[in-house]
Design a protein. Structure first.
Length: 155
């Protein structure tokens, strides 16, 4: 499992925001989010973020499966050796026994259950919009409002 090392100026927006997710699923004691990981350049990539379902999410250090490395968990084209190493690291990060095959199978099953949804996620999270004002088109002769629109800023 690769750890994310983030630059100090990374405080504007988090690299991983679990409040924004395409799906949220619980599977055999694991809570899985289909969400987006932001890289230092500001680009987003779909990923799975998961942790133990019996703990509050705010206490997690989420385990992350990026879209570009998700293939290794696939039954069809996966790499069992690489996947096992990752699964052991995920189990340890979740406070589970990294040598218990049942725990590893639970994690693998949760990942595999979400692979199709991960592949079909939008490339970026939906943009937030913030209202910054109103725009009115007024007929200057009558003073009547012809059109009224909210002005938003996408954050």
């Amino acid at each position: 499992m690769s750890r994310l090392i983030l630059p100090r100026n990374y405080t504007e927006r988090p690299a991983l925001d679990l409040r924004k997710h395409a799906f949220r699923r619980q599977h055999k004691g694991i809570l899985v989010f289909g969400t987006w990981l932001r890289n230092p350049m500001g680009d987003y990539r779909p990923c799975l973020a998961f942790g133990p379902a019996n703990e509050p999410v705010r206490r997690w250090e989420p385990c992350v499966v990026r879209l570009d490395s998700a293939w290794m968990f696939s039954e069809e084209v996966g790499d069992a050796d690489r996947a096992t190493v990752e699964l052991m690291e995920y189990a340890e990060a979740m406070g589970w026994n990294q040598f218990d095959s049942n725990d590893l199978i639970k994690i693998l099953s949760a990942i595999r259950d979400c692979l199709a949804d991960l592949k079909n996620m939008p490339a970026e999270p939906p943009l937030e919009t913030k209202s910054i004002g109103d725009a009115k088109m007024v007929d200057t002769t009558s003073g009547r409002v012809i059109e009224h629109q909210e002005v938003t800023d996408r954050v």
